[in-house]
Design a protein around this ligand. Structure first.
Ligand code: DPP
Ligand code: ZN
Length: 851
């Protein structure tokens, strides 16, 4: 396989200002006639080379005459003498057999397209790169009975009947766009229709298109869409630019959703929701993804990426924008906690492992492998750090300049940074390291007394080596810090420190009492912080810090330290954690959503990440022991919290969500305490729930227990929801994430369940992805979990390489485990890489994981 390098970027040889596409649609066979106006770019004599993958070429003409083309190795080469020409290609493709879900494919009877990153070449020959910007006119003809609705980008400009029960529609997109933003949908769909009036008074017709039975589940997505449109006007001054905005939901989709110009295509899990079938997390995810894709209209579509190495230009910025939106719509503190938890669960391990890469990568074999937590979530953290350093107003001045200067262009991360520097008035020369250097910086912070009265905060940092980057430079790290008086409890100092160098000291004069350090408040930088704070310091902050994130963090650190010392074999002292949890539960000023987050111990994986060598059994045992100790010591408080938060009827509101979350957290603590009535309480919650959050919460608690009721609950859940694929995904997931010892057997059996399928990415992730995240079960000492995952990767790779490649990283973490496990993980990887016919997607991930 060929490695593509960022430094090899060259502007395109040919530009394509216009394209007319004519689709004769059918699931078995679709014929695509494509008329390209091409223009030579610069002075050269190279032919027109078009990307073309798995296409049957029917004919190629130049200015109306047949031409002597060649089609080899996914490239269609057309000799062209003039500076411009009209090139027409006619190709055939077969949507029904397209299991990769890239290009044009069939999902539940709907024909739909997915082109990012490189799917357009599977539809028609084209220079498939994001710096070729083209105006699209699209005509579709299809059977009216099977495909009554025909949608594409831009505005509808005509439709009519043709012979034999077929009909046609034409769409025109006035905005030049890269081909990865092309979209087409044909199907038997109905719409939830609404409209939005932009701030300059233009009316936009909105449609969310689904299969008829799903129509009632689209209101939440519509509300989120309108809120996003308003928010982007208010916060970024960005107005929508077409008369139509459509969203289509399909069941088989590789990503969460896709921001095609004027026609977003979504994984149905990020559109469909009602109280009976979707959890609060699902509702939140839908609002976040609807906003994300909508925001791409400016950060991604109006300004796109010059090349795929710049992917974070649109993704990091757009994730930051959707995080801000969600924070504004609900509890900002809880949103920040959730985002950081995600970053630590997915990005930190990636940054510490064999697949680590900078936010702006230097090379790739398969670009699909770079839609990563690093490009997305760490990319968003980079934008957030700029926001923190600039403040909201200057940040906005920077983004205004960025949008003005680059509108209609294919830009780079460097263009963005320069606009922030000039528009915001800041020097980011050192900050650029965040784009080029991989690895999570480790910051050490110690607060030492110097002489009688003074205190010195000593900071040092180090960035661990990562593949291809053995030596690292120190990073500029914006750290929000505060000092609290140990006696008075008052805030003695608060500031933003730009820590820029290997080491740094800050001197504080006479406070008259010992200060306690609160650091990386709001998680102002994506780093690991190690401090010399005592258990008492952490307990203090856990009860008193006025920054909600820092308060949460202090409790987490307290729990982590307790767990790590238990694992290291010391007598576990649970008392400080129990006291911290007691205080948090008793604090009337805290909102239940925050409390629910703060009283949960860190995940097993997070604890494992803090060990030199992960010991999954020891982590499980220590964590379960701590949970049970907290449950027993505070049983009365959990009962009180349970009843205090049990009365509400379903309402999707920050308050309602918080109450439901705390209720199930309390239920889990009662289960952990071994309270005799806890299973019955769970069964009652399951039976009486008027919403999926409570129902799934109860089911998950039972499925991790020995309570005999768990069998009945699982069967009842299955019977009730067997016809709803998105809910059935949850049924697979709760079993794969169970803390019972027999998970591996259960998961192997579920892989043979009639409802399990390799062809649907959601279903794959719901069982196999969830299982690989169950640290104790996946790392069963027998190695059976590894063999199971390897079998699944190989089986899926034949159908859908992208989905297969995303399952590789858990095996790539072998260096973090003991020699026996590491050997078994490596041999699973070796078995994969030795298999014939491997995709380049899986090859890249596995071969890099073995180095
Ligand atoms: N560009 C999509 C998104 O992240 C992924 N294909 O919105
Ligand atoms: Zn995106």
């Amino acid at each position: 396989p060929i490695t593509i390098r960022r430094e090899d970027y060259r502007p395109p040889d040919w530009q394509v200002p216009e394209i007319a596409l004519d689709f004769d649609l059918g699931a078995e066979r679709t014929r695509v006639r494509s008329t390209l106006e091409v223009r030579r770019n610069g002075v050269h004599d190279r032919p027109l080379v078009l990307d073309a993958e798995a296409l049957i070429i029917v004919g190629v003409t130049v200015d109306g005459s047949p031409v002597d083309y060649s089609y080899e190795g996914d490239l269609l080469t057309v000799p062209l003498a003039a500076a411009s020409a009209t090139v027409e290609t006619v190709v055939d493709l077969a949507p029904r057999t397209n299991t990769q879900l890239m290009g044009l494919y069939e999902s539940g009877g709907i024909l739909c397209s997915q082109c990012e990153a490189q799917g357009f070449r599977r539809i028609t020959p084209f220079p498939d790169r994001p710096d070729v910007l083209t105006r699209y006119r699209v005509r579709m003809t299809a059977d009216r009975a099977d495909y009554p609705i025909l949608l594409s980008n831009g505005d509808p400009v005509g439709s009519g009947e043709s012979e034999d029960g077929r009909h046609w529609a034409e769409w025109n997109d006035p905005f030049p766009k890269p081909c990865y933003l092309f979209a087409l949908v044909a199907g038997d769909l109905v719409a939830n229709r609404d409209s939005f009036v932009t701030r300059s008074g233009r009316k936009v017709d909105l449609g969310i298109w689904v299969r008829e039975p799903d129509l009632a589940k689209t209101d939440h997505a519509m509300t989120a869409l309108k809120a996003s449109m308003k928010w982007d006007e208010d916060v970024y001054g960005r107005e929508y630019d077409l008369a139509v905005f459509n969203i289509v939901a399909v069941s088989d989709f590789n990503f969460g959703a896709m921001e095609n110009k004027g026609l977003n295509v979504f994984n149905s899990r990020y559109i469909l929701a009602d109280a009976d079938t979707a959890t609060d997390t699902d509702f939140d995810g839908i609002a976040g993804v609807v906003a994300h894709e909508y925001f791409h209209n400016w950060s991604g579509n109006r300004i796109t990426c010059r090349d795929w190495f710049q992917l974070s230009l649109k993704e990091g910025f757009t994730v930051f924008r959707d995080q801000q939106f969600s924070a504004d719509m609900g509890s900002a503190a809880v949103k920040r906690i959730e985002d950081v938890r995600m970053l630590r669960a997915a990005q930190f391990p990636e940054d510490a492992g064999p697949l680590a890469h900078p936010v702006r990568p230097e090379s790739y074999i398969e670009i699909s492998n770079f839609y990563t937590a690093t490009v997305y979530s760490k990319g968003a953290e980079l934008i957030r750090m700029m926001h923190t350093m600039l403040g909201a107003e200057r940040f906005r001045a920077g983004t205004d300049l960025y949008f003005d200067r680059h509108d209609g262009e294919a830009a780079t991360c460097e263009d963005f940074v320069r606009a922030m520097e000039e528009g915001g008035g800041i020097d980011l020369s050192g900050f650029r390291l965040w784009y080029s250097q991989a690895g999570t910086p480790r910051v050490r912070a110690a607060l030492a007394r110097s002489g009688e009265e003074r205190f010195i905060l000593q900071l040092s940092q180090d960035v661990p080596p990562s593949p291809g980057q053995p030596e690292k430079q120190p990073m500029p790290i914006p750290l929000k810090i505060a000092l609290f008086g140990e006696k008075s409890g008052t805030k003695l100092d608060e500031r933003l420190v730009l820590f820029d160098g290997p080491a740094h000291e800050i001197v504080f004069d006479a406070f008259g009492e010992r200060p306690i350090l609160s650091i990386n408040r709001d998680f102002s930088a994506p780093v690991v912080v190690e401090t010399d704070r005592t258990i008492a310091d952490l307990a203090f902050l856990s009860a008193r810090d006025d920054n909600p994130f820092a308060r949460y963090e202090a409790t987490q650190q307290l729990m982590l330290d307790t767990l790590l010392s238990a694992i290291a074999g010391s007598e576990a002292d649970h008392a400080p954690v129990i006291e911290a949890v007691r205080e948090t539960l008793a604090d009337p000023a805290l909102d239940p959503a925050f409390v629910a987050e703060a009283v949960l111990p860190p995940s097993e994986a997070f604890v494992g990440d803090h060990m030199a060598i992960v010991d999954p059994e020891a982590v499980r045992a220590a964590r379960e022991e701590l949970r049970s100790a907290i449950g027993r010591a505070l049983e009365a408080q959990w009962r009180a919290a349970y009843s205090a938060n049990s009365a509400n009827r379903f309402e999707y509101s920050p308050a309602g969500k918080g109450q439901r979350r705390l209720r199930t957290v309390a239920l889990n603590y009662l289960m952990a305490a071994g309270a005799a009535d806890a299973p019955a309480l769970a069964m009652r919650q399951y039976g009486e729930a008027d919403n999926m959050t409570d129902r799934q919460g109860a089911l998950a608690a039972l499925v991790s227990s020995d309570a005999p009721e768990r069998h009945g609950a699982l069967a009842a859940f299955y019977d009730r929801y067997r016809g709803d694929p998105l809910v059935l995904d949850k049924w697979f997931t709760v079993q794969a994430l169970s803390t019972r010892d027999d998970v591996l057997d259960a998961v192997e059996a579920l892989a043979s369940h009639p409802d399990f399928t390799l062809s649907n990415p959601n279903r794959m992730r719901s069982l196999v992805g969830a299982f690989a995240a169950n640290q104790r079960a996946f790392h069963d000492p027998s190695g059976r979990g590894y063999a199971f995952l390897a079998d699944m990767i190989l089986a899926v790779d034949r159908l859908n390489p992208q989905t297969a490649a995303r399952l590789v990283p858990p095996l790539g973490r072998w260096r973090r485990f003991d020699p026996a496990r590491a050997a078994r993980m490596k041999s699973a990887l070796e078995r994969i890489v030795a298999s014939p016919g491997l995709s380049k997607d899986v090859f890249e991930q596995v071969s890099k994981s073995l180095i």
